[in-house]
Ligand binder design. Structure first.
Ligand code: INI
Length: 157
């Protein structure tokens, strides 16, 4: 008999680590607020959410890896904003953040959500951190809950 696996959005009992960059704090602060609010509204206890602050998005993967290694979390939520400038710096920072975050998840088996804005302008970043483009922190937090529960469901089969 075939099985269909899915992760629900019930966060009760989950422990979540957030890693947030200090760069572009005006927007990233809103992503953190959105992520925390979404986690709590989905049933994650406030004291089961820890947060680590890193200098910039380039540093997100290393600290996500450290948070995975201590074994305390069911999922990690990485939050940041990279905004394109006049040089190729954007591509290096955004590319390494995305690659590193994906790698931590794949190598550890712990879900690591990618809540990083990669925008051409400050306006685009503001739109996606709680105004008309939604809030990438909320999206990443709910993805983290769903993935943690999906992996549990597959394990339990
Ligand atoms: N870090 C960001 O998180 N966002 C940016 O837009 C950004 N820009 O534009 O440079 C940025 N740079 C810093 C980088 O993430 C590292 O912290 C730095 O290179 C030290 O390793």
């Amino acid at each position: 008999m075939s099985q269909v696996f899915s992760g629900d959005l019930v966060g009760t009992g989950l422990r979540i680590g957030i890693v947030a960059s200090r760069w572009n704090d005006f927007m990233v602060g809103k992503l953190v607020e959105g992520a925390r609010d979404a986690l709590v509204r989905h049933g994650v206890s406030d004291d089961a959410i820890d947060i680590a602050h890193v200098p910039g998005c380039f540093e997100l993967p290393l600290v996500a890896k450290k948070m995975v290694e201590i074994g305390r979390y069911d999922a990690i939520v990485c939050l940041g904003a990279v905004i394109r400038g006049a040089t190729p710096h954007f591509d290096y920072v955004a590319g390494e953040a995305a690659r590193g975050i994906a790698r931590v998840g794949l190598e550890s088996g712990v879900p690591v959500a990618f809540g990083v804005l990669t925008c051409d302008s400050v306006e685009q970043a503001i739109e996606r951190s709680g105004s008309k483009g939604g809030n990438k922190g909320v999206e990443a937090a709910t993805a983290a809950i769903e993935m943690a529960n999906l992996l549990r469901a597959i394990d339990a089969a």
